[in-house]
Design a binder for this molecule. Structure first.
Ligand code: 13P
Length: 248
């Protein structure tokens, strides 16, 4: 019922020409995908990648968006600037933005609404630190992130949630499929409480954190996991396409 979505988060990697080359290599490898295929690229790569994905099933994503429509915000990018290039998705609240660039649940919430207002699907990231997991605070942390970051969403099916345990990002440590499934199940249950049970059934929730060709099958076989947000393994066409084609 929920169409899986596999998205690459290139983070601060690939120049525009490198990005175009990567999607040119990727396109034939993912053309028969049964899931939504998305690449979330650095802002300056957007024009080149938008051009390179024409006529393919690859969709374009960004990695951040400012919450105001326009104005004196030096260095920032507004939702309509993304929209003009056909950006369909934007990551908001990635843990790297939260920890290095002071993003909070409040600013994440504003970014999410800016994306929704522009007709761009936000991929809202949630997740706990290792310390929080060790001390049994995972659910408490997720509760707060859900209540604050997702505040005011009228239709949960218009967003994607990415559960990214911070201890699994870029570390090579993956949450086990059972751990990821259980926590994503918890997020869905909380969404049912805060929003409505029907909407919670519709929202797509991805897992992110060291997902790769070797572990994607097991993760994607889990009933609660609707996709992946992939960092390192999205930077090479063969590695990323192997994840996109997890069901083949
Ligand atoms: P890695 O796949 O490199 O662990 O990164 C995950 C991530 O942060 C995707 O947004």
């Amino acid at each position: 019922m929920r169409k899986p979505i596999i998205a690459g988060n290139w983070k601060m990697n690939k120049t525009a020409s490198e990005g175009a080359k990567l999607v040119n290599e990727l396109a034939p490898l993912v053309k028969d995908a049964n899931c939504d295929v998305v690449v979330c690229v650095p802002a300056i790569d957007i024009p080149a990648v938008a051009e390179a994905i024409k006529g393919t099933n690859i969709q374009l994503g960004a990695q951040n968006v400012h919450f105001e429509a326009h104005g004196a915000f030096t260095g920032e990018i507004a939702a309509d600037m993304l929209k003009e290039y056909g950006v369909k998705y934007v990551i908001v609240g990635h843990s790297e933005r939260r920890s290095y660039f002071n993003d909070t649940d409040e600013t994440v919430n504003k970014r999410m609404h800016a994306a929704l207002n522009a007709g761009i699907t936000p991929i809202v990231c949630l997740g706990e630190t290792l310390e929080q997991r060790r001390t049994g605070k995972t659910e408490e942390v997720l509760d707060e992130q859900i209540e604050k970051s997702l505040k005011g969403v009228d239709d949960l099916s218009r967003i994607v949630i990415a559960y990214e345990p911070i201890w699994a990002i870029g570390t090579g440590v993956t949450a086990t499929a059972d751990q990821a499934n259980e926590t994503i199940g918890y997020i869905r249950k909380k969404c049912a409480e805060v929003f409505c049970p029907k909407c919670a059934e519709k929202v797509r929730i991805q897992y992110g954190g060291s997902m790769n060709a070797g572990n994607c099958k097991e993760l994607m076989a889990m009933p609660e996991i609707d996709g992946g947000l992939i960092g390192g393994a999205s930077l090479k066409a063969d590695a990323f396409s192997a994840i996109v084609n997890y069901d083949k």
